[in-house]
Design a protein around this ligand. Structure first.
Ligand SMILES: Nc1ncnc2c1ncn2[C@@H]1O[C@H](COP(=O)(O)OP(=O)(O)OP(=O)(O)O)[C@@H](O)[C@H]1O
Ligand code: SF4
Ligand SMILES: [Mg+2]
Length: 358
């Protein structure tokens, strides 16, 4: 970026306070993921010969609109983190499209762009990590950490960055003076607030948050989630939120995407999806939670039976070895993702005929 461009941007940033970027943007598409795949080779021996592959993400499709939260749920190893990391291009996808709709109406496929082409788009998509202890560099001050996305993107002068970091810290419930301290001085909840301030620094449109509260004490989880929800309302942010906690997902999501062995089992608005699932795997997840309060906080849903191995998935529907409704076709043909209701999609051959209870 040239010098005068940087100056023009700094003037813009100085004017831009922590208000919604563009209220008219609500409901427009921000991200459209089509048939995303990430396949890792398994290499063996001294010559690192390819001995197989892990289908970590194996055909994932969803859309996020401005101001919406899409949550990814599913058992450990189903590909939630890999999906999230493909979107921020910390992982290079094997196939599919990640269509990012920029503010000026252009559509860029993040799956196909080179790293240097992606860099200017990075501002728009930021990540909040699971572990607030390892994700903040212990040798950097809070000012350096929070202002990093601004520095990387040449936004603002040093003085403007200080003002903005002070605003950001206050906005996430911390004192502006903290910017001179180092991460070790802070609790887990405070560190995650710092991580959120950093994610906000470059005025993103989409925040990808991979289990952002699961490393925190239960008592502070709700505070950090409430902060994220307030910020979403105030700033019109979109979230891709990874979680294993169905009670949290039920409360915060516009749409829930249930993954099984790298594939979409079901997507839909949480109230409808949890009350009347259309996919047997969604029903199994809900049924595995303790009764009478299936949505007790923090419970991890683990249905009966073994998860299929993503290095050697079964033919047909990946869920068929565990599915009480499996019939012959399920063992041979992968079910397509079909529209099963308003804003709802499921990948099950038998969604029309089976009556699922939870
Ligand atoms: N770098 C890698 N190389 C090979 N396999 C990988 C790699 N990263 C992830 N995997 C595999 O891909 C699959 C999906 O992993 P991923 O971390 O995305 O799952 P997850 O849904 O986030 O799980 P968890 O709930 O435990 O966080 C797993 O089988 C995992 O072992
Ligand atoms: S396609 Fe068949 S095996 Fe798969 S979830 Fe539906 S009924 Fe079960
Ligand atoms: Mg994960």
């Amino acid at each position: 970026m040239g010098m005068h461009e940087a100056t023009a941007q700094s003037a813009q940033t100085a004017a831009a306070t922590l208000t919604e970027r563009n209220p008219g943007e609500r409901n427009t598409v921000v991200l459209q993921v089509n048939h995303l795949k990430k396949i890792y080779p398994i290499e063996r021996g001294f010559l690192r010969r390819k001995a197989g592959e892990v289908r970590a993400v194996d055909d994932v499709t969803f859309t996020i609109r401005a101001g919406e939260t899409v949550s990814l749920v599913g058992e450990s190893g189903c590909g939630k983190t890999t999906t999230a990391r493909c979107i921020v291009r910390a992982v290079e996808p094997t196939g599919g499209e990640i269509l990012y709709h920029t503010m000026d109406g252009a559509v860029m496929d993040l799956a196909k762009l080179s790293m240097s082409e992606i860099r200017p788009l990075r501002r728009g998509i930021q990540m909040v990590f699971q572990d607030p202890f390892s994700s903040l560099n212990p040798r950097m001050t809070i000012f350096e950490i929070v202002s990093e996305p601004m520095r990387v993107n040449n936004i603002g002068t040093r003085g403007e960055r200080e003002d903005r970091v002070a605003d950001l810290l206050r906005r996430v419930g911390l004192r502006a003076e903290y910017m001179q301290r180092f991460p070790h001085a802070f609790s887990g909840g405070q560190r995650q607030r710092i991580g959120i301030a950093r994610a906000l620094a470059a005025s993103p449109r989409l925040i990808v948050a991979d289990e952002p509260v699961s490393a925190l004490d239960v008592s502070v989880q709700a505070q950090v989630l409430n902060l994220m929800m307030d910020l979403q309302d105030d700033l019109g942010l979109s979230y891709l939120f990874v979680s294993h906690d169905l009670s949290v997902v039920n409360q915060i999501s516009t749409s829930v995407l249930v993954m099984y062995v790298g594939r979409v089992a079901e997507i839909g608005p949480p109230k409808a999806l949890f009350a009347a699932p259309k996919h047997p795997y969604t029903a199994a997840l809900i049924s595995s939670l303790p009764k009478p309060d299936p949505f007790a906080r923090g419970e991890r849903a683990i249905p009966q039976g073994e998860v299929a191995n993503p290095a050697n998935p079964p033919p047909g529907c990946y869920f068929h070895p565990r599915c009480p409704y499996a019939i012959d076709v399920c063992r041979t043909a992968a079910p397509p993702l079909e529209e099963v209701g308003p804003g709802r999609y499921a990948a099950c051959h038998r969604w029309r005929e089976i009556e699922l209870t939870v």
